[in-house]
Design a protein around this ligand. Structure first.
Ligand SMILES: [Mg+2]
Length: 446
């Protein structure tokens, strides 16, 4: 058996005990030493794609946070079911209502006294976008995380992360709690939420785009896009699926000209479909989001090498480790950061920092959030690396009535104002949360 790092000559495997190698045909150098990191030995069989080695960036460090001692006195978990203003269709399915969890922390600060904090678990009711669902998040939070919180004191988000690092996966469930903790910290400190996220004070408004689901006909698509453009949205993203990509893009270009336009496949294609995606190259798209399987950074790297259009990763980046691997492999040129998908605000910030250092633009994706998640996304988007318009549309994009007051509003210039009041900057209306709640649990310090 050849050693794991030993290269194979093109004509066949090295016989057992044979010391010869392509570099040392005479076999005089003794056993072949392990390859240096970043080196490639031997030739790949004809037709086998290869990737050039790239430098491996160091892992980004967790951002420092001012100690703010918050003792958790109570936790509430709400399962909400909210009707959408219109059904939303992607390559994996169609929904007409939103099911999500809201986390409310009650905490005590030595000087500020009692404060609350709200966070949102962005998982969907079904596992179409990710394996996490509203139900799995309810299970993980109510069995393993939330009962352990009352009575504990966290001075930094890092302490919370360290305490629950043992919970493997389930990033959306954990992110909802960390968001609530950041909201409570900002209220205790009396600072706006964007400061907790480490945002840029100069960002008083954030540019936003809108995500348009798959429409029944091209006429419906053109009418829908026209409506959002009239409302000022800065860029249009349409959902695509195999067989529904070139036609809608061509129709939009013919009707609306050179608008900022991008497509999102939600992992519906394979490398065998590369020609369909190459056909989009002539339409000047800002990016093609998540064309391939969420776990396949290698095929994304191969696809990106065939496309002029930047590939943007969404589902593939579930943590900072994947972001780092994607950078090394060249799996895309843009990353969509969803703080729920990546495990919370701190992880989102670490991915942001990594991308910023390596010249990868990022933007903030959306999960049809209620106003709570939307407020957290606005705060996240104030970080300086968020240079592309995100999916944080106004509350009325999805809901007749949001759980916050006032609702998130998009100005005629396609931007949202960043709140400057302490906390979310929006009031969570308890009666509305109650109205849409179908399941509720609470835990208190004994
Ligand atoms: Mg997406």
């Amino acid at each position: 058996m050849a050693a794991p790092n030993e290269s194979m000559p093109p004509q066949g495997p090295v016989p057992p005990g044979d010391r010869r190698s392509p570099e040392d045909p005479a076999g005089s150098a003794g056993p072949v030493p392990p390859a240096e990191p970043g080196t490639v030995r031997g030739a790949a069989p004809a037709g086998t794609p290869t990737l050039e080695p790239r430098p491996i960036p160091p892992m980004p460090v967790e951002p420092a946070a001012e100690p703010v001692p918050l003792t958790i006195t109570g936790v509430q978990l709400f399962w909400l079911r909210m009707p959408l203003v219109a059904p939303f269709e992607t390559s994996y399915g169609r929904v007409d209502r939103r099911e999500c969890l809201l986390v409310r922390l009650e905490a005590r600060h030595p000087e500020a006294g009692p404060v609350e904090g709200w966070g949102e678990v962005v998982a969907d009711a079904d596992p179409g976008y990710s394996y996490e669902t509203t139900g799995t998040a309810w299970h993980v939070l109510s069995e393993f995380v939330l009962p352990a919180l009352p009575g504990r004191t966290f001075e930094t988000p890092g302490q919370w992360r360290a305490a629950f690092e043992w919970v493997r996966g389930h990033p959306m469930a954990k992110a909802g709690v960390e968001m609530a903790l950041l909201d409570a910290r900002s209220r205790a400190r009396g600072v706006p939420l964007w400061q907790e996220y480490g945002g840029d004070p100069g960002r008083r408004r954030i540019p936003v785009g809108v995500s348009v689901g798959i429409q029944p006909t091209l006429d419906d698509l053109l009418a829908t896009v026209e409506r959002w453009l009239e409302r000022g949205y800065r860029r249009i993203k349409i959902k695509i699926k195999p067989g529904y990509e070139v036609e809608p893009v061509r129709a939009l270009r013919e009707r609306f000209g050179d608008i900022p336009l991008m497509v999102d496949a939600n992992a519906a294609y394979t490398l065998a479909d590369a020609e369909r995606l190459e056909a989009l190259d002539g339409y000047g798209l800002m990016m093609i989001e998540q064309p391939l399987h969420e776990d396949d950074l290698l095929d994304h790297a191969l696809l990106q090498r065939r496309l002029r259009t930047p590939v943007c990763l969404d589902e593939s980046v579930r943590h900072v480790h994947a972001a780092r691997e994607a950078l090394v492999l060249g799996s895309g040129r843009i990353i969509n950061i969803k703080q729920g998908r990546v495990g919370g605000p701190t992880d989102a910030r670490m991915i942001h920092d990594l991308c910023r250092r390596h010249g990868i633009p990022v933007w903030c994706g959306g999960m049809l959030e209620t106003g709570v998640g939307r407020a957290h996304n606005i705060a996240l988007t104030t970080l300086p690396g968020f240079t592309l318009p995100g999916d944080t549309s106004g509350s009325n994009r999805y809901y007749h009535e949001d759980v916050i007051d006032p609702p998130v509003r998009v100005g005629p210039d396609g931007t949202i104002e960043v709140p400057q009041e302490p906390g979310l900057g929006f009031r969570v209306v308890p009666e509305r949360v109650e109205r849409y709640t179908v399941r509720h649990r609470s835990w208190r310090a004994s």
